[in-house]
Design a protein around this ligand. Structure first.
Ligand SMILES: Cc1cc2nc3c(=O)[nH]c(=O)nc-3n(C[C@H](O)[C@H](O)[C@H](O)COP(=O)(O)OP(=O)(O)OC[C@H]3O[C@@H](n4cnc5c(N)ncnc54)[C@H](O)[C@@H]3O)c2cc1C
Length: 123
């Protein structure tokens, strides 16, 4: 019997999960209270954090984890943050390789200089 995967939410998380599932042979039903255009994902404008250590700045997922918990003032779930920080470098690299053109990747490196809340490593 062929199973159908039901994914709730059509923001970046839901769409990303749906794409991955379809690539792996699943049939997917995406259920969402609002269209993707109304998701919070559309509002993100300031970039994405991941400890890539591209310039030997001694950044690491462990440092990113500590910075994020500090910035969250005790409100973040440490287990969720730990998992996200461990996965972030590979996800961002894969995003850069597969989706962005090399020119945009260079632009992204320049934008890394604008430090965001929770970013403690000098670039
Ligand atoms: C103004 C703003 C700026 C931001 N800037 C940044 C940034 O610069 N960098 C960054 O990394 N992050 C930023 N964020 C945070 C980022 O947008 C979110 O963390 C991210 O988009 C969450 O993605 P998601 O797919 O989990 O959730 P969402 O994009 O919120 O998607 C949730 C989906 O679930 C659906 N849904 C919700 N409840 C139900 C329900 N009960 N039943 C069915 N469907 C439901 C919604 O309709 C939606 O489609 C920003 C957020 C905001 C609001």
């Amino acid at each position: 019997m062929k199973h159908t995967l039901v994914i709730v939410g059509a923001g970046l998380a839901g769409l990303s999960a749906a794409l991955t599932a379809v690539k792996n042979g699943w049939t997917v039903k995406l259920v969402s209270s609002l269209a993707s255009e109304r998701a919070q994902s559309v509002m993100a404008e300031g970039g994405i954090n991941a400890a890539l250590n591209t310039k030997g700045e001694e950044d690491s997922p462990e440092q990113h984890y500590a910075d994020t918990l500090t910035a969250a003032c005790g409100l973040a779930d440490p287990n969720a943050v730990w998992g996200m920080m461990q996965a972030a470098p590979e996800l961002v690299r894969s995003f850069l390789e597969k989706i962005l053109a090399p020119k945009q990747e260079r632009t992204m490196n320049v934008q890394q200089k604008n430090r965001k809340r929770g970013q403690d490593v000098e670039l």
